[in-house]
Design a protein around this ligand. Structure first.
Ligand SMILES: Nc1ncnc2c1ncn2[C@@H]1O[C@H](COP(=O)(O)OP(=O)(O)OP(=O)(O)O)[C@@H](O)[C@H]1O
Ligand SMILES: Nc1ncnc2c1ncn2[C@@H]1O[C@H](COP(=O)(O)OP(=O)(O)OP(=O)(O)O)[C@@H](O)[C@H]1O
Ligand SMILES: [Mg+2]
Ligand SMILES: [Mg+2]
Lengths: 256, 256
C-alpha cells in the first residue's frame, strides 16, 4: 500500500513544488511507482513536469469537489513510473466551497483510497497556507516533509506549522508525523544560510535531513523546459542533492 | 485622504513583505505619513519592522473579526512617520471564520475608514493566496502593486491575478487598478532573470516600473535585525532600489 507524503510549508516560495517534483522524479528513477498530486491552484508542479493545458482536463479540483475517481484525473508524465494529478485554478475556490461540505477534511483521503494499491509513493504538493486544502493533505498523509528556505523570515512560521501537525495528529490522523525538514536554497557564500541552518538544527535536531539543497540556477531554469532538474541537467549540484535526498527519505521510510 | 495600496501576488516568496516594509519606509523617509497593515498570518512585516511579541497585543485579526477600532491596533515603529497594524497567527483562521459573516468582503475597507484622514498612504501586505483576506485588501484598496520574482514559476499565476483584480473592480470597487508590477530578486548573472523580465514587459508594458529590485543579500539580512534595509544599510543596491521605487510610485500617484 502506498505511503502518502505531504510537502507542506505555509511560507511562500521555500521550494515546496521544486522538492515535490524532483523528489518524485528521483523516487521513480530508482524504480518506485509514484503519484504526484498537484494541490496548489497555481499548478506549478503540473508545469514543472511538462503538462500542457490540454493534459489538465480532469484535475485535483474535480477529484476533491466533484468526486471524480482519481484514476480519471491521473496523467502519465515523461518520466517512467511517475504519474500526476494536475491542478487548475478552480482549486483556489475550493477553500471557500469546502467550508459547509460534510466531512470536508477527509475528502482527499477518501479520494486517494482508490490509488493506494497502484503506487509505492503518493506525494502532495501543497499551497502556501494552512487552510482547508493543506488540512486535507495532512489528513490524507502518513508523513510530512517540510522544505525550509535558509532565510530569516522562513523561521517565523515553523512553530505554527508544528502545532498544526500536532493538532491534526490528535484530532484526525494518529500516525501523522513530520518525517523531516529539508534545507533549501542554501547559499555557501552567504552567512545567513549558515545561521538559519544552525538555528533549525537546534530546534529540529535529527529531523533535519543531512542532504541540503544548494541554491542552483539550473533548478530554477528547469521548469521553463517543462522538466525536473534531474532530466534537465542530472550532473548539476541541485539534481545530485535531490537524488541524495531521495535515498535519505527511503532510509527513513524503512524505519517507519 | 489616504491612498490605500495593496501589495498582492498569490505566488509565494516573491517579495511582497520586503516590498511592503521597504516601500513604506521610503515613503515615510520623504515625509509621508504611512500606515502598514500586516495582513499575513505569518506576521513577517511586523517582524521586519522590529515589533516584539508584546507589541502585537491588538492585531489586524481583532480589527477584522472583533471590529476593534484601527487606532487601538496601530503601533508606532522605529521609523518616524511609519505606523503598523501588526498581524498574529489568529489571522490564519479568519479565512474560514469570515465565510458566513455578512458583508465579509467589506470588513477591512470599513475598518480602515477611521484611519484614512490620519495618513497619506496605507499599505497592505497580503498573504500568498487569493482568498478572503486578499479579497478584503483588494476591496479596501485604491491601487494594487504586484511584486514579481524574476523566475519562471512566478509568471504562471499572473493572468489569474489580473482576472481577479478585474472581477473585484466590476463587482465591488470601481476605481481599483493595478498601478504597477515591480520586478524583484533580479540577478544580473542569470539569463533567466532577463528572459522573465522581457516576458513581463511584453504583457504589462508601461505598467512595469522602471525600477528593478536586484537580488541583494543585505535585503535578506535586514529582517533578522528587525530593520528595513533602508535602515540596515541605506547605501546597498537593494535599499537604493526601494528609494527609487518610492519616487516612481509617487510620480504615478500624482497621475491618478
Ligand atoms: N535550490 C534552488 N536553487 C535555485 N532556485 C530554486 C531552488 N529551489 C527552488 N528554486 C526556485 O525558487 C522559486 C520558489 O520555489 P518553489 O516555487 O518550488 O517554492 P514553493 O514553496 O513551491 O512556492 P509557493 O509557496 O508559491 O508554492 C522557484 O522559482 C524555483 O524555481
Ligand atoms: N531583492 C531581494 N534580494 C534578496 N533577497 C530577497 C529580496 N527580496 C526578498 N528577499 C528575501 O526572499 C524571501 C522572500 O521574500 P518575502 O518574504 O518578502 O516574500 P513574500 O512574497 O512576502 O513571501 P510570502 O508569499 O511568504 O508572503 C525573504 O527571505 C526575503 O528576505
Ligand atoms: Mg509551490
Ligand atoms: Mg510575505
Amino acid at each position: 500500500v502506498a505511503r502518502v507524503l505531504a510537502i507542506v510549508n505555509q511560507k511562500g516560495g521555500v521550494g515546496k513544488t521544486t522538492t515535490a517534483v524532483n523528489l518524485a522524479t528521483a523516487l521513480a528513477a530508482v524504480g518506485k511507482r509514484v503519484l504526484l498530486v498537484d494541490f496548489d491552484p497555481q499548478g506549478n508542479a503540473s508545469t514543472g513536469l511538462g503538462l500542457t493545458r490540454q493534459a489538465r482536463r480532469v484535475t485535483s479540483y474535480d477529484v476533491l469537489m466533484e468526486e471524480r475517481p482519481i484514476g480519471e484525473a491521473t496523467v502519465e508524465t515523461a518520466i517512467p513510473g511517475l504519474a500526476i494529478v494536475p491542478a487548475s485554478v478552480d482549486l483556489s475556490g475550493a477553500e471557500i466551497e469546502l467550508v459547509d461540505v460534510p466531512r470536508r477534511e477527509f475528502r482527499l483521503r477518501n479520494a486517494l483510497a482508490g490509488a493506494l494499491t497502484l503506487y509505492d509513493y503518493v506525494l502532495i504538493d501543497c499551497p502556501p497556507s494552512l487552510g482547508l486544502l493543506t488540512l486535507n493533505a495532512l489528513i490524507a498523509a502518513h508523513a510530512v516533509l517540510v522544505p525550509l528556505q535558509c532565510e530569516f523570515y522562513a523561521l517565523e512560521g515553523l512553530s505554527h506549522l508544528v502545532r498544526t501537525v500536532d493538532r491534526v495528529r490528535r484530532a484526525f490522523n494518529p500516525t501523522l508525523d513530520i518525517q523531516g525538514v529539508v534545507l533549501t536554497m542554501f547559499d555557501r557564500r552567504n552567512n545567513l544560510s549558515d545561521l538559519v541552518a544552525a538555528d533549525v538544527r537546534v530546534h529540529f535536531g535529527a529531523k533535519v535531513y543531512n542532504t541540503v539543497i544548494p541554491r542552483n540556477v539550473r533548478i530554477s531554469e528547469a521548469p521553463s523546459h517543462g522538466k525536473p532538474v534531474l532530466l534537465y541537467d542530472v550532473r548539476c549540484p541541485g539534481a545530485q542533492a535531490y537524488i541524495h535526498l531521495a535515498s535519505e527519505v527511503l532510509r527513513r521510510e524503512q524505519g517507519s
